[in-house]
Design a protein around this ligand. Structure first.
Ligand code: NOJ
Length: 764
């Protein structure tokens, strides 16, 4: 029998809800945080400072240590775990929080066991990775960042929190704000790409969406900024690998998104697995105590990533587990995620004077504070309501929002001769290993998202859109990654009879994400070979790519007529792709990460330095002894910020309000933008600056502003930005965060290659 969710999604697909209106309604109703808090049944408790202090005065040293212990349930496991049966530990009242326990019923039961056995009845915290949706899955985060639409990202997080909280979850381990410039690293899928400025907007949107405006409401959850820090800079893109970087680069590129979430009120932080310049993050006093808890005044809690404490032995930073625990606690870690080290060693370390009571108290207080903020001392079962869970999961409006966000995340990379949008009267051969896929389409790290039988495949999306599929065929042809050629001939036969071919190809969801690093980021398996067979048919080909990272698509760029980057677009991904291919959605995403021409260019990013021998390209009179490759261009295949539309935009009239500003003044930058094509469309207008001379060298461009606007065909709009000396700050030679007088260039346009340029000076 068809399950109810499948019935629901069928109904939805046929309901023809009007996209834009629905999206605006969703934004208004969810981001207004209109939900009411039901205070009527809550016992009144004392203010936090008093309550927590009184509670701690009754706690033994062991009870304080138990608060720092996190066990994993039997849910998603992403590494070794400490072996113990967590229920029996909870029965002994020895656990402070649980990872991966979800479901209103299950969490209620675990909480009951805990409360009945914990002497002081301290509620457990339940944590779960809710990365790009809980049940209703949104595009992977790299895709959502390509929407350049923080409100859409906030909405996705709000919906994820609403679903997760109804299933007993108090705490998500998101957002991941790691900047990465190397798509060999599989976890680029979980972040917002290569740029700090864009990363900050996405990070803050996530925190707002998850935590809302009041954590004690039963539909808001703790966010957790991770992985602190610089995990995305792993050498050679190999997961968990070493990071070595200057403090300047760390502060300027890798830390700003972390800091922005602290300013936005994030309540928890997670350390990263990597070492930075010889010191593992899990025991990095500089990062945790000095920067995070000191300079930034973060008053929430810090959890390790998984067995991060234990791993310091393998790093060669601690002689044994006990010492590793001491190093972590002394550096400012508050919770040991599943490692069992605080549980097994901290008391002894305390007795030996290696860890002070003050430090254990500080960790315990931060944990209890967060439990208080969630309202768990008032009602430990507030998140465990089965009726709410049933009523809240996969609601029609959530699924509709997942479609709308997916449509904002798709990026059109090529569209020769306006071959897209497709014409419904054409005979179309849909081919490729992902054409009917309902599994991979929701992407990696969609831990509890429903896949087969629930998510929409491209095939289903096309059928939903066309209603009549007499003119279209669907053939897989090849598998994602295998040597099986059996399906190729039939696919070619169908393609032969078509007017146009749409190839839906890409990665398997498990090829990116954690532990998904790769040295080869071409289309895997026989997919490219299959494309070249299709090419021989002489028909136009549209390539739709589903993937968790930028791929190397140089050959495809040469040989395909159109390319649509779809990432892993989530539960309604197939509908989003179909509606875009047929023109019901005009693509409006822009890349959140550069696409390399080949892996030899990695790492690659738009805001690099100029070098002493910059290469000016093919027209450079000097081709030798320049900072260049001799066998490939320096430029990426598709730059950061790039993305086409079915319409065209013409930029003109870039104006600055002055050619000089003082430190306390603002510069207004404006530009006109005309929709010169045949469709209404949306454009992300981007503003970059270049600081020409500094006490330390500056990048050739830095994103400092963007605005996504809608423009009807034929219409012209003016977009304005403001720049002040705040935007021009960097870590100077003395590591002072300041702006320096001098000349600046401004560039405005539709990508990081923006070519409308003006100049101004910053003066005293
Ligand atoms: C390891 C991952 O690195 C981290 O991002 C995740 O939150 C934890 N496992 C818990 O699942």
């Amino acid at each position: 029998m068809e399950n109810t969710r499948v019935q629901l999604i069928r109904k939805l697909k046929n309901s023809g809800m009007q996209n834009k209106l629905v999206f605006v309604f969703l934004l208004a109703s969810f981001l207004g945080y209109s939900q009411k808090k039901d205070n009527s049944k809550m016992p009144k408790i004392k203010p936090k400072e008093v309550f927590v202090a009184e509670l701690m005065s009754k706690m033994t040293i062991e009870e304080k240590i138990y608060q720092t212990v996190q066990f994993t349930s039997d849910g998603t496991i992403t590494g070794p775990k400490s072996g113990d049966n967590y229920i029996s530990r909870i029965q002994q009242g020895k656990v402070g929080s649980v990872l991966n326990a979800t479901g209103a019923k299950a969490t209620r039961e675990i909480q009951r066991i805990n409360l009945e056995n914990s002497r002081l009845k301290i509620p457990l915290l339940f944590g779960q990775d809710v990365i790009h949706g809980f049940k209703t899955i949104f595009p992977i985060n790299l895709g959502m960042a390509s929407s350049w639409d923080p409100k859409a990202v906030e909405l996705a997080a709000r919906i994820a929190a609403t679903e997760a909280s109804a299933a007993g979850v108090h705490w998500t381990f998101a957002p991941m704000v790691d900047i990465s410039r190397d798509p060999r690293w599989g976890r680029v899928s979980e972040g917002s790409g290569e740029d700090s400025f864009l990363g900050i907007q996405m990070a803050v949107a996530n925190v707002k969406g998850f935590q809302g405006d009041d954590l004690s409401k039963n539909n808001t959850i703790l966010a957790c900024t991770k992985h602190f820090a610089a995990y995305g800079a792993a050498e050679a893109g190999r997961d968990y690998n070493t990071v070595d970087m200057s403090e300047r680069v760390l502060r300027e590129t890798y830390l700003p998104a972390f800091k922005a979430t602290v300013d936005a009120g994030v309540k928890t932080f997670m350390t990263s697995f990597n070492e930075i310049s010889g010191v593992p993050s899990t025991a990095n006093k500089f990062l945790i105590r000095d920067v995070l808890k000191g300079e930034w005044n973060f008053n929430g809690l810090v959890v390790t990533d998984y067995t991060g404490i234990n791993e310091m032995v393998a790093h060669g930073f601690a002689a044994d587990d006990k010492q590793a625990g001491e190093l972590a606690m002394n550096a400012g870690v508050d919770i040991d995620m599943v490692g069992g080290i605080f549980m097994n060693n901290l008391k002894k370390s305390f007795e030996e004077g290696k860890v002070s009571l003050e430090q254990i108290d500080a960790a315990c207080k931060r944990i209890l504070d967060v439990k208080y903020d969630l309202g768990l001392f008032e009602d430990p079962y507030r998140y465990c309501d089965e009726k709410r869970e049933q009523a809240t999961t996969n609601k029609p409006e959530f699924l509709e929002a997942s479609l709308e966000v997916a449509k904002k995340s798709l990026v059109l990379l090529k569209n020769n001769n306006h071959i897209l949008p497709l014409n419904t009267n054409q005979k179309i051969a849909f081919v490729g290993p992902l054409v009917s896929d309902e599994f991979n389409i929701i992407g990696s790290w969609a831990a509890l998202g429903d896949r087969n039988g629930f998510a929409t495949s491209v095939k289903e999306g096309v059928a939903n859109y066309l209603k009549n599929t007499a003119n279209v065929t669907f053939d897989q042809g090849v598998e994602i990654k295998s040597n099986n050629r059996d399906g190729i001939q039939k696919a070619l036969d169908n393609a032969k009879n078509a007017d146009i071919i749409v190839a839906v190809m890409g990665e398997g969801e498990n090829m990116s994400g954690e532990a998904g690093s790769q040295t080869n980021i071409d289309l895997p398996g026989l997919q490219k070979e299959f494309l070249s067979e299709l090419k021989k048919l002489g028909k136009p080909i549209v390539l739709v790519v589903l993937n968790g990272r930028p791929l190397t698509l140089s050959w495809e760029n040469e040989n395909m007529d159109a390319i649509l980057e779809a990432w892993w677009p989530g539960t309604r991904g197939g509908d989003a792709i179909a509606q875009t291919l047929f023109g019901a959605n005009n693509p409006n995403g822009k890349l959140s990460m550069s696409f390399p021409r080949n892996v030899g260019q990695l790492p690659i990013y738009y805001n690099h330095k100029n070098t002493g021998r910059p290469y000016l390209g093919k027209s450079d009179p000097e081709q030798k002894y320049k900072s260049r490759y001799t066998d490939a261009d320096n430029s990426p295949l598709y730059p950061f910020g790039f993305g086409l539309s079915y319409t065209t935009f013409e930029y003109s009239n870039l104006k600055l309000s002055s050619d000089k500003i003082k430190f306390d003044e603002k510069l207004k930058v404006s530009i006109e933008l005309k929709n010169t094509g045949n469709y209404d469309g949306q454009e992300v207008v981007q503003l970059y600056i270049r600081d020409l001379v500094g006490s330390v060298t500056r990048p050739i461009r830095e994103l400092k502003g963007f605005e996504k606007i809608e423009i009807k065909k034929g219409e012209t709009k003016t977009v304005s930005f403001e720049i002040s000396s705040e935007d021009l700050k960097f870590y100077n030679l003395d590591m002072k965060h300041t702006a320096e007088v001098g000349d600046f260039d401004v560039f405005v346009g539709g990508s990081s290659d923006a070519d409308h340029q003006a100049s101004f000076q910053l003066i005293k």
